[in-house]
Ligand binder design. Structure first.
Ligand code: MG
Length: 170
Protein backbone atom coordinates (compact mmCIF):
# COMPACT_ATOMS: atom_id res chain seq x y z
CA UNK A 1 0.00 0.00 0.00
CA UNK A 2 1.18 3.48 -0.84
CA UNK A 3 0.99 6.43 1.52
CA UNK A 4 -2.37 8.24 1.45
CA UNK A 5 -0.88 11.65 0.65
CA UNK A 6 1.28 10.20 -2.14
CA UNK A 7 -1.75 8.47 -3.67
CA UNK A 8 -3.76 11.70 -3.49
CA UNK A 9 -1.03 13.64 -5.31
CA UNK A 10 -0.55 10.90 -7.96
CA UNK A 11 -4.30 10.91 -8.50
CA UNK A 12 -4.33 14.69 -8.93
CA UNK A 13 -1.49 14.41 -11.42
CA UNK A 14 -3.67 12.30 -13.74
CA UNK A 15 -6.01 15.28 -13.92
CA UNK A 16 -3.16 17.78 -14.36
CA UNK A 17 -1.70 15.80 -17.28
CA UNK A 18 -5.09 15.57 -19.01
CA UNK A 19 -5.47 19.30 -18.43
CA UNK A 20 -2.07 19.81 -20.09
CA UNK A 21 -3.34 17.82 -23.09
CA UNK A 22 -6.43 20.06 -23.21
CA UNK A 23 -4.34 23.21 -22.96
CA UNK A 24 -2.04 22.11 -25.78
CA UNK A 25 -5.01 21.20 -27.97
CA UNK A 26 -6.22 24.74 -27.39
CA UNK A 27 -2.80 26.03 -28.49
CA UNK A 28 -2.95 23.70 -31.49
CA UNK A 29 -6.38 25.00 -32.51
CA UNK A 30 -5.12 28.57 -32.28
CA UNK A 31 -2.20 27.90 -34.64
CA UNK A 32 -4.43 26.08 -37.15
CA UNK A 33 -6.74 29.11 -37.08
CA UNK A 34 -3.72 31.31 -37.87
CA UNK A 35 -2.65 29.13 -40.80
CA UNK A 36 0.43 27.92 -38.92
CA UNK A 37 -0.36 24.24 -39.41
CA UNK A 38 3.13 23.07 -38.44
CA UNK A 39 2.87 24.68 -35.02
CA UNK A 40 -0.67 23.32 -34.76
CA UNK A 41 0.54 19.82 -35.51
CA UNK A 42 3.45 20.15 -33.05
CA UNK A 43 1.08 21.00 -30.21
CA UNK A 44 -1.30 18.23 -31.22
CA UNK A 45 1.58 15.76 -30.81
CA UNK A 46 2.41 17.41 -27.49
CA UNK A 47 -1.19 16.88 -26.37
CA UNK A 48 -0.86 13.16 -27.18
CA UNK A 49 2.26 13.02 -25.00
CA UNK A 50 0.38 14.61 -22.12
CA UNK A 51 -2.39 12.06 -22.44
CA UNK A 52 0.31 9.36 -22.27
CA UNK A 53 1.65 10.93 -19.07
CA UNK A 54 -1.84 10.81 -17.54
CA UNK A 55 -2.15 7.14 -18.47
CA UNK A 56 1.23 6.35 -16.87
CA UNK A 57 0.12 7.85 -13.55
CA UNK A 58 -3.16 5.95 -13.82
CA UNK A 59 -1.35 2.69 -14.59
CA UNK A 60 1.11 3.19 -11.73
CA UNK A 61 -1.75 3.56 -9.24
CA UNK A 62 -3.50 0.50 -10.66
CA UNK A 63 -0.28 -1.55 -10.55
CA UNK A 64 -0.09 -0.72 -6.85
CA UNK A 65 -3.69 -1.76 -6.20
CA UNK A 66 -4.85 1.80 -5.58
CA UNK A 67 -8.28 3.14 -6.47
CA UNK A 68 -8.20 5.77 -9.21
CA UNK A 69 -10.49 8.80 -8.92
CA UNK A 70 -11.15 10.77 -12.11
CA UNK A 71 -12.12 14.41 -11.57
CA UNK A 72 -13.53 16.77 -14.20
CA UNK A 73 -10.98 18.49 -16.45
CA UNK A 74 -10.97 22.29 -16.42
CA UNK A 75 -11.41 24.39 -19.54
CA UNK A 76 -8.05 25.66 -20.87
CA UNK A 77 -7.53 28.84 -18.83
CA UNK A 78 -4.75 30.54 -20.77
CA UNK A 79 -5.68 33.66 -22.71
CA UNK A 80 -4.02 33.49 -26.11
CA UNK A 81 -2.67 36.83 -27.31
CA UNK A 82 -0.30 35.91 -30.15
CA UNK A 83 1.88 33.18 -31.69
CA UNK A 84 4.93 33.94 -29.56
CA UNK A 85 2.90 34.45 -26.36
CA UNK A 86 1.55 30.90 -26.76
CA UNK A 87 5.10 29.54 -26.67
CA UNK A 88 5.84 31.57 -23.54
CA UNK A 89 2.68 30.25 -21.89
CA UNK A 90 3.83 26.76 -22.86
CA UNK A 91 7.13 27.24 -21.01
CA UNK A 92 5.34 28.68 -17.97
CA UNK A 93 3.00 25.71 -17.91
CA UNK A 94 5.85 23.19 -18.10
CA UNK A 95 7.63 24.96 -15.23
CA UNK A 96 4.41 24.62 -13.23
CA UNK A 97 4.17 20.89 -14.08
CA UNK A 98 7.80 20.45 -12.98
CA UNK A 99 6.86 21.96 -9.61
CA UNK A 100 3.96 19.49 -9.31
CA UNK A 101 6.24 16.52 -10.02
CA UNK A 102 8.69 17.82 -7.43
CA UNK A 103 5.90 18.12 -4.86
CA UNK A 104 4.95 14.47 -5.38
CA UNK A 105 8.62 13.52 -5.15
CA UNK A 106 8.90 15.43 -1.86
CA UNK A 107 5.91 13.55 -0.43
CA UNK A 108 7.33 10.17 -1.53
CA UNK A 109 10.76 11.07 -0.13
CA UNK A 110 9.23 12.04 3.23
CA UNK A 111 7.78 8.54 3.71
CA UNK A 112 10.74 6.68 2.13
CA UNK A 113 8.56 5.50 -0.76
CA UNK A 114 11.47 4.49 -2.98
CA UNK A 115 9.25 2.78 -5.54
CA UNK A 116 7.33 5.98 -6.28
CA UNK A 117 10.56 7.97 -6.33
CA UNK A 118 11.96 5.61 -8.95
CA UNK A 119 8.74 5.89 -10.99
CA UNK A 120 8.95 9.69 -10.78
CA UNK A 121 12.60 9.78 -11.87
CA UNK A 122 11.45 9.38 -15.47
CA UNK A 123 9.15 12.39 -15.10
CA UNK A 124 11.86 14.51 -13.49
CA UNK A 125 14.04 13.91 -16.55
CA UNK A 126 11.08 14.35 -18.92
CA UNK A 127 10.28 17.75 -17.37
CA UNK A 128 13.86 18.87 -18.00
CA UNK A 129 13.37 18.01 -21.67
CA UNK A 130 9.93 19.67 -21.83
CA UNK A 131 11.25 22.92 -20.39
CA UNK A 132 14.23 22.82 -22.73
CA UNK A 133 11.98 22.20 -25.77
CA UNK A 134 9.66 25.06 -24.78
CA UNK A 135 12.60 27.39 -24.30
CA UNK A 136 14.11 26.41 -27.67
CA UNK A 137 10.81 27.16 -29.42
CA UNK A 138 10.72 30.67 -27.95
CA UNK A 139 14.30 31.32 -29.06
CA UNK A 140 13.58 30.04 -32.59
CA UNK A 141 10.48 32.21 -32.82
CA UNK A 142 12.49 35.23 -31.69
CA UNK A 143 15.07 34.50 -34.39
CA UNK A 144 12.76 33.62 -37.29
CA UNK A 145 9.20 34.67 -36.40
CA UNK A 146 9.31 38.21 -37.77
CA UNK A 147 10.19 37.28 -41.34
CA UNK A 148 7.49 35.54 -43.43
CA UNK A 149 9.88 33.29 -45.32
CA UNK A 150 11.76 32.07 -42.28
CA UNK A 151 8.49 31.66 -40.33
CA UNK A 152 7.26 29.45 -43.17
CA UNK A 153 10.43 27.32 -42.86
CA UNK A 154 10.08 27.14 -39.08
CA UNK A 155 6.43 26.13 -39.41
CA UNK A 156 7.46 23.34 -41.80
CA UNK A 157 10.10 22.16 -39.33
CA UNK A 158 7.52 22.12 -36.52
CA UNK A 159 5.17 20.10 -38.71
CA UNK A 160 7.77 17.35 -39.12
CA UNK A 161 7.43 16.25 -35.48
CA UNK A 162 5.89 12.79 -35.25
CA UNK A 163 4.26 11.19 -32.25
CA UNK A 164 6.32 8.60 -30.40
CA UNK A 165 5.06 6.53 -27.47
CA UNK A 166 6.77 7.28 -24.13
CA UNK A 167 9.98 5.43 -23.34
CA UNK A 168 8.63 4.50 -19.90
CA UNK A 169 6.68 1.25 -19.88
CA UNK A 170 4.90 0.10 -16.72
MG1 MG B 1 3.30 16.03 -18.93
Amino acid sequence: MLDKKVVELLNQQINKEFYSAYLYLDFSNYYYDQGLDGFGSWYKVQAQEERDHAMLFLQYLQNNGEHVVLESIDKPAVKITGPKAVLEEGLKHEQYVTSLIHTIYDAAYAVKDFRTMQFLDWFVKEQGEEENNADTLIKKYELFGDDHKSLYMLDSEMGARVYAAPSLVL
